[in-house]
Design a protein around this ligand. Structure first.
Ligand SMILES: Nc1ncnc2c1ncn2[C@@H]1O[C@H](COP(=O)(O)OP(=O)(O)OP(=O)(O)O)[C@@H](O)[C@H]1O
Length: 338
């Protein structure tokens, strides 16, 4: 086992980390495939988190556990609430049912990472706790060099606040260590030749690699990727998939949002399906994507359609699930009104 320490002081490889992926998958196969099911070793546990925008409920999650060491995909139609959910968990947004200063309380949002309550924690502290999300390169980040982008990641202050990290005088030793780490990661992601280029000049796939490399500057124990495949040309697809699987093998739990069903099927160990803010299904990729309920829901009358067709999966299953949830919700509302 490695004796290296993460930025947050924890050991690089958690003592319970499931290094053997096949064994982990075998364990996952024994679980009930129902929304909110308990996992053998949950790294992130979420309870009753809600986010409303005006009268619209964007996120309404009762319970979710994310298994340590698994690659978990979060899928769902446009507007299902996936990004809002990521924002809430990482402290970039606040739940509508935020807990009081002492935490807890009936019906209040509660979530913990590595057993640590994050219910009222800001984005910087969440990142320091070891849960890091990738960020798309904003215009401002585009105008910085690849290396500068990496050093922002080391400041452990994702999002706009990262700029604070840049203007603060850094201790020389710390800065040198950060540069060395950045250069190592750039080599690993084959971006070292681009070190001093403006990030804006990178291809779509290279930008995704940079986003991932930047997130790794903070040594996260869990990385949250928002649509890692978006805008990536096929030549770089395999490399991205390999990097994600390598991260998992080295001790980083992965949670990712993705519309590309090929990727979801190819690399995930577990799939969580979100629609209209709620988690409506979770399970093994091959089962969730072909479960009788889901197949019926999304194929509807079109039983002649090929289930292996990724396009059908993205548009068909998800839309059907969304419709099903909408019907259930309408029913619940009318029952409540009675
Ligand atoms: N700041 C906001 N103000 C008002 N409504 C918002 C805001 N952010 C998100 N929403 C709404 O919340 C719902 C969930 O959006 P969200 O972006 O989380 O979905 P998503 O599943 O990530 O979608 P996509 O796959 O298209 O990225 C949508 O109806 C969206 O319009």
């Amino acid at each position: 086992m490695s004796n290296l320490l993460r930025a947050n002081g924890s050991q690089l490889l958690h003592p319970n980390y499931p290094s053997d992926r096949e064994a982990l998958r075998a364990t996952l196969r024994t679980l009930d495939q129902t929304p909110g099911v308990s996992k053998p070793d949950s790294i992130l546990t979420v309870d009753t988190i809600e986010r409303k925008f005006g009268g619209m409920t964007a996120v309404d999650v009762d319970h979710l556990e994310v298994q340590r060491g698994a690659i978990t995909a979060l899928i769902g139609p446009n507007g299902a609430g996936k990004t809002t959910f990521f924002n809430l968990l990482t402290g970039f947004d606040r739940p509508s049912n935020v807990a009081g200063v002492f935490g807890g309380g009936e019906g209040k949002a509660k979530w913990s990472f590595e057993g640590r309550n994050l219910g009222r924690t800001n984005a910087t502290r969440v990142a320091r706790a070891g849960m890091i999300r990738t960020f798309q390169l904003t215009k401002a980040l585009d105008r910085m060099t690849v290396l500068e982008n990496m050093l922002i990641g080391a400041a452990n202050q994702p999002g706009e606040n990262l700029f604070v990290g840049l203007v603060k005088p850094l201790w020389a030793k710390r800065e040198q260590e950060n540069i060395e780490r950045a250069e190592d990661l750039l080599r690993r992601f084959k971006l070292d030749a681009k070190r001093d280029d403006m990030a804006g000049g990178l291809s779509g796939g290279q930008k995704k690699l940079l986003e991932m490399a930047r997130a790794l500057m903070a040594n996260p124990s869990m990385i949250m990727l928002d649509e890692p495949m978006a805008g990536v040309n096929p030549a770089l697809t395999q490399s991205l998939l390999d990097h994600i699987q390598m991260l998992r093998d080295e001790g980083t739990t992965v949670l990712f949002v993705e519309h590309d069903m090929h990727m979801v099927r190819h690399i995930s160990d577990w799939v969580v399906v979100m629609a209209q803010g709620r988690i409506i299904a979770e399970g093994l990729p091959e089962d969730v994507m072909t479960s009788a309920a889901v197949v019926d829901a999304y194929l509807g009358a079109h039983h002649d359609r090929d289930l292996g067709d990724d396009d059908v999966l993205t548009t068909g299953v998800i839309r059907a699930i969304a419709n099903e949830v909408a019907e259930e919700t309408a029913q619940e509302i009318s029952e409540e009104a009675r």
